[in-house]
Design a protein around this ligand. Structure first.
Ligand code: XMP
Length: 333
């Protein structure tokens, strides 16, 4: 539409004016905001943008490849993929307390990003390297970090974010989505030719599967969880609600699978199994501050549980989380 085209043209001009002939780095996560920011900035300044994609090993099935296919393959943006999964897993070994896990993941993320930024600078030869750090900060983030702090006496969960990075790196900030609400960011993404599927994805927390594997994080658990979650998401997308014509993926605000490091007894063929349990979580919310568990059709739950137990050896029981927020939170950790 025209309004969006105008907005893109204006934003592109503003980015060019701000950046000039300098270089920009951006932390790409695969989430909606950083993806749309990357696509917009790339449209404006092309190869003056370098995206750094830190793979912490706690992403969803094939997510890393999908991000690379999109940004490097289709948009031809410069993307550095850093496979830091072994580093993250080794530092998380033996740690089961949720806040401690969040702090480790957030801290490592900053370390890895800083190291990449330094490498880029060194590789530049006489060239001064990036002088701007781009972030996909959107308007609700701006308000939240301005006002909410004083009101909140207790930290429920320390959010993974890269606030403070620009100062630490000595970089100027480039935040082209600062004035936009989430739905505007999505429209902008579509207008920039990002696939609808990517732009309308449910939110995914920065610490990734790290907060969806209860207690200690292990590679074995992450691999099982990735496969189970892929089944759940695939079936949510495939199941169309006749009343609205929408898929249950689009009818929920967030849906995912949680790995419980608990074993229960089952029976398969004429054998006994003693395997892990997963919980399916699906919620509907307008602001993520409160949320209702989604009344998914039983037929959908039945199909998902049947497929997970049959296809993911190592999981023999599937449960559905019927807790709303409050008092439960959306993520389990
Ligand atoms: P809770 O679990 O607190 O989650 O009800 C509310 C929303 O926040 C997301 N979430 C995060 N997002 N970094 C993020 O970017 C984080 O560390 C983080 N922790 C939770 C959660 O997925 C839900 O959408």
């Amino acid at each position: 539409d025209w309004v969006m085209k105008d907005h893109i043209a204006e934003a592109v001009e503003a980015i060019r004016a701000q950046v000039g002939d300098e270089e920009v780095i951006l932390g790409l996560s695969g989430g909606v905001d950083s993806s749309v920011a990357a696509a917009l900035i790339h449209r404006a300044i092309g190869d003056q943008l370098t995206c750094v994609f830190v793979d912490h090993g706690l992403l969803r099935l094939n997510e890393g490849d999908m991000v690379m296919d999109m940004f490097e393959g289709k948009l031809h943006a410069k993307v550095i993929r850093v496979d830091a999964s072994e580093l993250f897993l080794s530092k998380l070994a033996g740690v089961s307390e949720p806040e401690q896990k969040r702090k480790i993941i957030g801290g490592l993320f900053v370390d890895v990003f800083k190291a990449e930024a330094a490498k880029l600078k060194a590789a530049g030869g006489g060239h001064k390297g990036a002088t701007f750090l781009a972030q996909g900060t959107i308007y609700p983030d701006v308000i939240e970090s301005g006002g909410a702090k004083s009101k909140k006496a207790v930290t429920i969960k320390s959010h993974h974010n890269v606030g403070g990075l620009p100062e630490q790196l000595g970089l100027k900030l480039l935040e082209p989505l600062r004035d936009l609400f989430k739905d505007e960011v999505r429209e902008l993404g579509v207008a920039l030719d990002l696939p609808r599927e990517m732009v309308y994805r449910h939110p995914f927390p920065g610490p990734g599967l790290g907060v969806r594997i209860l207690g200690e994080v292990k590679k074995e658990y992450a691999d099982l969880l990735r496969r189970a979650d892929a089944v759940f998401i695939e079936e949510l997308r495939a199941c169309i609600d006749p009343a609205t014509g929408k898929s249950w993926y689009d009818l929920t605000s967030q849906a995912f699978t949680v790995f419980l490091p608990v074993k229960s007894v089952g029976v398969m063929g004429d054998g006994r199994t003693y395997d892990y349990v997963v919980a399916l979580r699906a919620v509907q919310t307008s602001d993520f501050m409160t949320a209702d568990w989604a009344e998914l059709p039983y037929s959908l739950l039945k199909k998902v549980s049947g497929r997970i137990i049959n296809e993911v050896r190592g999981i023999n029981r599937v449960t559905y989380d019927v807790s709303s927020k409050p008092p439960a939170t959306i993520e389990w950790e």
